[in-house]
Design a binder for this molecule. Structure first.
Ligand SMILES: Cc1cc2nc3c(=O)[nH]c(=O)nc-3n(C[C@H](O)[C@H](O)[C@H](O)COP(=O)(O)O)c2cc1C
Length: 437
């Protein structure tokens, strides 16, 4: 799969697919299995300084809606919750025992091994980073996400030495920048900072300050909290410190990857959270990611799922004539319109029924929020009629129509504005709006 070769952190990798940090990359044997499965990058299980997290929370995984989602293979939106503790080893031990024991195997098999860890004080972060570098890690990941201290406020009190971890630490950008810059000064291998989705609203500033502090890449995103309810038993699912993950989270990651990429700061992005299938990986690359991370799907389908993902990406690239990952990377960014451009470039439309295709099912009637659809019946056969004057051109009916019987046609801005005021014909706002055109 030559066309999947690329670079990440300026290191040549055989493909941009990373296995996310988790128990699948927590031991030498598991990491070897991941490397054999074909990942270009493996992020090791987080090892943290805080011993509570070496054993707790009790590991427990819940799949919700899995049956409904065709036992996962339909890629519908099954929901994953997990409680998971960090490695039973602390970072120094993990680096010496696990990373040192598998780093040569990773190099021999052309896999970038990234050591992921979490600490609290700057000295602890530095000592751990130095140890991972000595052990042969190709890069380190400073985990500003987990352990998820914020969900444990009844166990860990503010002011406690252990409170300054993971997602709590991430909320203090001065602290994460300082730690990143100190680690930068202490090691020579590249640094990735893993960011929790609680920072979404200030993601551009967060990434800019980490870049300034010396980060080579950011990873967007870790999991965070959520909940479902089993309505048969009224039992909350995922409540507490469990993390949630759905394929729906992909839209948030894609949006923020694009936002950060458009800033052109030069920082690389590893994109993850919500990836289920190979096309999700292509989307993330097209949104500007340098590498893509999969984790939950590799638990549900097995680490060898990498092969299916890579084959899917390769076949797609072959079909579309992309010769390399660089050919498709950031491809969607050039087509992103600014809000100011949308007014000029998004055309007003109206819906028109093709009478030869309409099956009279009434789905367009059900979904029209402008009351523009009427069903006409003749000899027991239905036919949709859409009022051009009332139609706002939103295009929902054309998408729900099972017979593809509705076409969207272009029209003038004036006609569109009149349709908006159809229910308010005498409104002074209408006269004003028409003047504005
Ligand atoms: C069971 C499990 C354990 C995880 N453990 C860690 C961890 O130790 N450190 C970490 O940074 N992320 C951990 N994660 C988060 C993943 O590395 C990844 O960032 C996240 O799940 C989003 O990717 P996904 O949507 O492909 O699962 C874990 C995820 C799962 C499912």
């Amino acid at each position: 799969m030559e066309r999947l070769k690329t670079t990440f952190l300026n290191v040549p990798v055989k493909n941009p697919l990373a296995l996310g940090a988790g128990p699948l990359s927590g031991t030498i044997d598991m990491i070897k299995r991941d490397i054999d499965a074909g990942y270009g990058i493996v992020m090791t299980k987080t090892a943290s300084m805080f011993e509570y997290f070496h054993r707790f929370p009790l590991a427990r995984y819940h799949l919700v809606d899995y049956e409904y989602a065709d036992r996962g293979r339909g890629y519908l939106d099954w929901v994953w919750f997990h409680n998971d503790h960090n490695s039973p080893l602390g970072p120094i031990e993990f680096a010496r025992e696990v990373v040192a024991g598998v780093s040569d195997y990773a190099k021999k098999n052309n896999c970038l091994l990234v050591g992921t860890f979490a600490a609290s004080t700057a000295d602890e972060w530095i000592n751990a980073a130095v140890e991972y570098e000595k052990a042969g890690a190709g890069a380190v990941e400073l985990n500003y996400c987990c352990p998820g201290v914020s969900a444990l406020s009844d166990i860990i009190r503010d002011g406690d030495a252990t409170a300054n971890y993971g997602d709590k630490l991430a909320e203090n950008p001065e602290a994460t920048s300082l730690i990143t810059s100190k680690v930068r000064a202490a090691i020579n291998i590249p640094i990735i900072c893993k960011i929790p989705p609680i920072l979404r609203s200030r993601i551009k500033d967060t990434v800019a300050s980490l870049k300034k502090a010396g980060a080579d890449a950011v990873e967007l995103y870790a999991n965070n909290h959520g909940m479902r309810v089993n309505i048969e038993t009224a039992q909350p699912v995922g409540w507490g410190c469990a993390a949630v993950n759905t394929s729906g989270h992909l839209v948030e990651t894609l949006h923020d990857v694009a936002q950060v990429s458009l800033e052109k700061t030069g920082i690389e992005i590893m994109a993850g959270r919500g990836m289920r299938k190979w096309s999700d990986a292509v989307e993330m690359l097209m949104a500007g990611a340098q590498a893509v991370e999969v984790c939950t799907a590799a638990y549900v389908y097995g680490p060898e799922y990498a092969k299916e993902l890579l084959e899917g990406m390769n076949a797609f690239m072959e079909r579309k004539g992309y010769r390399s990952i660089d050919d498709l990377r950031a491809k969607a960014l050039g087509k992103m319109l600014k809000s100011s451009e949308i007014k000029d470039r998004v055309k007003p439309l109206y819906a028109r029924v093709n009478p030869h295709r309409c099956v009279g099912c009434g789905r367009c009637y059900d979904s029209c929020v402008y009351n523009a659809v009427r069903m006409a019946y003749k000899n027991g056969t239905g036919m949709a009629k859409i009022s051009r004057e009332r139609c706002n051109g939103c295009a929902l009916c054309s998408q729900v129509c099972p017979a593809r019987a509705i076409d969207m046609e272009e029209r003038s801005l004036e006609e569109y504005v009149r349709s908006q005021y159809h229910a308010h014909p005498g409104s002074p706002e209408l006269a004003w709006a028409l003047k504005e055109i």
